[in-house]
Design a protein around this ligand. Structure first.
Ligand code: TRP
Length: 482
């Protein structure tokens, strides 16, 4: 057995965990779901989910990892015995990492393509209708999709092969500070945009206007898990490389705060630009890939802003993908495999699974495999969307529920309280009891309710009526423009 790897410092752990959390979820997905759900009220709901479910669960995950110094499956074997049914939770995590990374790599591939377009100054000469063409092109062109996803997976694999200290830690120590600096520069740039874009963006993001739809609550909670990398053992695995000196509450709080700040700043950056130039905001994935480049073309210095933006997105995606690959790799390492062999095996398997995701929007795929309906949850959605849906709406909340119940009810209070007080100067930190309460009681209740709504055991209409009862109408970008 090789000796267990460890982070070089507490800072390295925090940067790696924040790197995992801060990703496409923050900069690509959060802004468009915020827009789709009307702004302020949704942001508030999301912050609520982060605070009362996200924070307790992230600490719970890190704790199981640190206490055992093992990846999910092995950690549960150590705490609950070889035959514990809780091992399923660990295996679900390995499966989830496959599913998430296989579509993550495809979107990250688009980001790389756009970074290339930005560098080659392709946006400035384009006419308004060409932007959606460019996006459609990558959306339906199997080779472009597949090629970039492959390059992205190769870079991720290269870093994970390097190991904890010489791979992941080195990468995040460079990428995360750069990411934060780019972010700050882009925010400063937003302040000086024309037509009070910045002010309008702040209003849109921070003024709750009511009118939430019931589905928003599912989306907010699912996204809280996704953005904090919870529910599949990524934080558990990173926690397993942590020393016995770091305070978990503090570390968890810093990671959650960084992740939330970056998500809000991303909204500020994107909506300031949209309001400043009055462009039409396309729904869904197109916000960052169609609407935004259109505005870059109109902006003074848009060339540099576009490069900065897509590089930022690329770095964010990379540090997240690393953590997604590390989970199944650590699983094999704990089974006695060498890191190199484990990394290649998992990296290549996930790459294979990403092929259908990469090709799923192309004509080729639709003609050939139209009848292959892998997961027929919602009609009409393509393979790619199904992966995202399956992960964010089912696997992660379910994984999060299980880990909260496990830490809340099935490990000893002695172990828990000892882990919690490490690095704190009090024997019984005042926030220990609230943390246990939120982990053992509040989170499981909220997450189970959401899962029951999702499974349509609880009627969605009732939830909609409840939200409709909260007065106010949905504000859209158009209304703010007036
Ligand atoms: N949190 C990342 C994002 O916001 C994605 C991610 C990385 C992730 N590791 C994960 C999501 C583990 C779920 C589980 O983009």
């Amino acid at each position: 057995m090789q000796e267990r790897e460890q982070w070089g410092s507490r800072l390295a752990f925090v940067l790696a965990a924040a790197g995992s959390a801060i990703g496409l979820g923050n900069i690509w997905k959060f802004p468009y779901i915020t827009h789709e759900n009307g702004g302020g009220s949704f942001v508030l709901l999301y912050l609520f989910c982060i605070a009362i479910v996200g924070l307790p669960v992230i600490i719970a995950e890190m704790m199981v990892g640190r206490a055992t110094k093992k990846s999910p499956v092995a950690a549960i074997e150590e705490l609950s015995g070889k035959n514990s049914p809780w091992k399923i939770m660990g295996l679900m995590g390995v499966a989830a990492s496959f599913i998430i990374l296989s579509f993550y790599a495809v979107v990250a591939g688009w980001v790389m393509h756009y970074t290339y377009l930005a560098f080659s100054d392709s946006f400035s000469g384009m006419k308004a209708n060409q932007f959606s063409e460019v996006f459609n092109q990558i959306f339906v062109n199997p080779w472009l999709n597949f090629g970039w996803a492959t390059i992205f997976m190769a870079i991720t694999l290269f870093i994970v092969i390097g190991g904890v200290k010489d791979g992941i830690e080195k990468a995040v120590k460079i990428l995360m500070p750069v990411l934060i600096v780019i972010m700050i520069l882009l925010v400063i740039n937003s302040i000086f945009l024309p037509n009070n874009g910045f002010e309008k963006a702040l209003k849109f993001i921070f003024l709750p206007t009511g009118g939430l739809h019931g589905a928003a609550i599912l989306e907010a909670l699912g996204h809280a898990f996704f953005t904090l990398s919870l529910g599949m053992g990524a934080m558990l695995t990173y926690g397993s490389y942590l020393d016995d000196k770091t305070n978990l509450f503090k570390a968890g709080l810093i990671v959650v705060a960084l992740d939330t700040i970056i998500a809000l700043l991303a909204c500020i950056i994107i909506f300031s630009i949209m309001f400043a130039y009055g462009g039409k905001v396309s729904n869904g994935a197109g916000l960052v890939f169609i609407s935004l480049p259109q505005e870059f073309a109109k902006m003074n210095g848009g060339y540099f802003v576009s490069i900065a933006f897509f590089l930022l997105l690329f770095f964010a995606a990379l540090t997240s993908a690393i953590s997604l690959l590390e989970v199944p790799v650590a699983y094999l390492i704990d089974k006695g495999w060498a890191r190199k062999k484990a990394s290649f095996t998992m990296g290549i398997s996930i790459w294979l699974l990403s092929i259908p995701c990469a090709l799923s929007n192309s004509e080729f795929w639709k003609n050939k495999f139209a009848s292959v309906t892998m997961f027929d949850f919602k009609e009409k959605t393509v393979f790619f969307n199904k992966m995202d849906y399956l992960a964010s709406n089912w696997l992660l909340p379910l994984g999060g529920l299980l880990i909260a119940v496990y830490v809340g009810w099935f490990i000893s209070d002695k172990l828990r309280s000892e882990q919690f007080k490490i690095g704190s100067n009090s024997e019984r930190p005042f926030h220990y009891i609230p943390w246990v309460f939120f982990t053992a009681v509040v989170s499981p209740i909220i997450v189970s309710m959401i899962i029951l709504i999702e499974a349509e055991v609880i009627d969605k209409k009732a939830i909609n009526q409840f939200f409709d009862g909260l007065v106010g109408s949905k504000t859209t970008i158009k209304q703010i423009h007036k």
